[in-house]
Design a protein around this ligand. Sequence first.
Ligand code: HEC
Length: 135
Amino acid sequence: MLRLTLPVVLCFAAPALADTFDEIKVSAGQKLFDAECRRCHAVDSKDPSYGPPLTNILYRGAGTFPDYDYSTALSASGIVWTPAALRAWMEDNDGFMPGTKMRHVGIEDRTVQDFILSYLAAITTQDNRAVEGKD
Ligand code: HEC
């Protein structure tokens, strides 16, 4: 009996579980973001913030938030904030980009990076790849 029903149950449970995992990752990411990044980065672009706002950061061109006073290193870097670039940045931002004015953060734990990336993806509501493609 169990053998027959289990696959059916799993079939129906899988999408819901995936949603639950995503919610957990995003909410853990938000807590980590609040602890590690929030003091310098507003989420809402209307809030004052020492660093550039990180809404819509995924696949945004580096140094392109309007009117933010970036370092030359960042604004001239020409990189796009892919997940891999964001990982390298979290791990060793001033090694990855000498001359940046962001203080070293040094998040080396890949799981912590994953959570923060999930959160940054959740606050990215526009498809920057499509926007970048039009340039
Ligand atoms: C002590 C303040 C501070 C902390 C903490 C901090 N940042 Fe920053 N961040 C900055 C500043 C300042 C800049 C602009 C750097 C420049 O112009 O060189 C920046 C830039 C960035 C950029 C580039 C944005 C763009 O528009 O190109 C990203 C991405 C970023 N930070 C992510 C993070 C993440 C993720 C964390 C937490 C893990 C974090 N930062 C923690 C101050 C901070």
